[in-house]
Design a protein around this ligand. Sequence first.
Ligand code: GAP
Length: 462
Amino acid sequence: MSATEPGAKTEVTMEEIVALCKRRGFVFPSSEIYGGLGSTYDYGHYGVLLKNNVKAEWWRAMLQERDDIVAIDSAILQHPRVWEASGHLEGFTDPLVQCLGKCKRRWREDHLREDLETEGKDPDGPLVCPSCGGELSEPRQFNLMFKTHIGPVADAGSEVYLRPETAQGIFINFKNVLSFARKKPPFGIAQIGKSFRNEITTGNFIFRTREFEQMEMEFFVPPAEAEKWHRHWMDERLRWYTELGIRPEFLRVRPHGPEELSHYSSATSDIEYLFPIGWSELEGIANRGDFDLTQHAKFSGEKLEYFDQATKERYVPHVIEPAAGADRAVLAFLVDAYDVEEVEGRTRTVLRLHPRLAPVKVAVLPLVSKDGLPERAREIFDSLRHKLPAEFDEGGSIGKRYRRQDEIGTPWGVTVDHRTLEDGTVTLRDRDTLEQVRLPADGLLEELTARLDRPWSTPKIR
Ligand code: GAP
């Protein structure tokens, strides 16, 4: 079955990804020693490095490679009026149904209807509990924002919310940024940060969690240019994923139907990825029109508009918003990279991550733990580590160490053997081709930097 057919599945299961993440220290269930806390996860060493690389690539694409976007890092706690103005207090709700039968579980009604549609049934037909077959309650609207209190007294006047999206921190700073950044529309403000949602339907590892990181950019444009920039950002964001190695046939763009649009959006298209749970949203690209700036102007009393000196025109810019999840992107990169192959009669699991995303770029391994090889290997490691994320590993057989590096996606391995002591050369092994070349140790840094700069595409494209 090809990736484009309905019901298509990835070749890797979520269980395999979860197991690899735990085994190799990418992601752990949170609060595990206390029995876990629903849908929260902790990132381990390699997970931190991988997620940092994903976020660094996003910043690179937004800031370094363009000159029309600036950065911001706004507070998680914001004035409660922000959420009134944004519509989240009223509109950020999911329809919730509860099983009235044996299991009493809660479900999202819209998800159950989507499942009916996927199964080829009438999406408006009767629903039963997917777990125990029991009758379901009438849907009830459930607000997804986490509430807390500011100050020592927990009364209604001290209520604040953990932000459910990073976007509003950008809109409320529109005026500040405009006054210092010397930008005029079209220009963007980009932010990466934590968001919080009291999600009902969870359980797909880091795909949907209650605390997650978003990578959002609000691009302010003259109203007449909104559609053009919406198309531009869909192309750009698709390119970002494919240049970082995601197989194009595992990505697709799906425009939202009118009933699906968020309260702020006049048009949204999702970039979907074929996750092990099926085609699902990876990133949303919305045309938010002038909704947010107009609302915040109304609620705050501040003018949030742009005055064009050249044309003497005053207008409220429209907003195009590529909104990605850092954790969801990490999951997509892991799923796309996961591969299992037979090599000389042995099974090897390998993460074919783009080298720029790989947590460790090079592992330096002494062939054996004696004869001065560890000491020489450490010198070589020290000569590389200041320029490249590198790892020194001398424990266990060389085969075992390579398998470990393959599973964390290290693109290159350097083996230091007895010949190194004689002629100063080492073996450089490529994770994907398994090709080994011999080269002088003092030329390693140049060779690795050149390899890291080369365009890369996954060998999983068959
Ligand atoms: N500001 C617009 C906005 O927040 P969204 O589609 O709700 O739009 C954007 O979220 C992206 O954030 C999603 O495409 C997804 O990648 C990520 N995201 C949203 N909810 C998430 C959750 N509960 N867990 C993990 N990632 C999530």
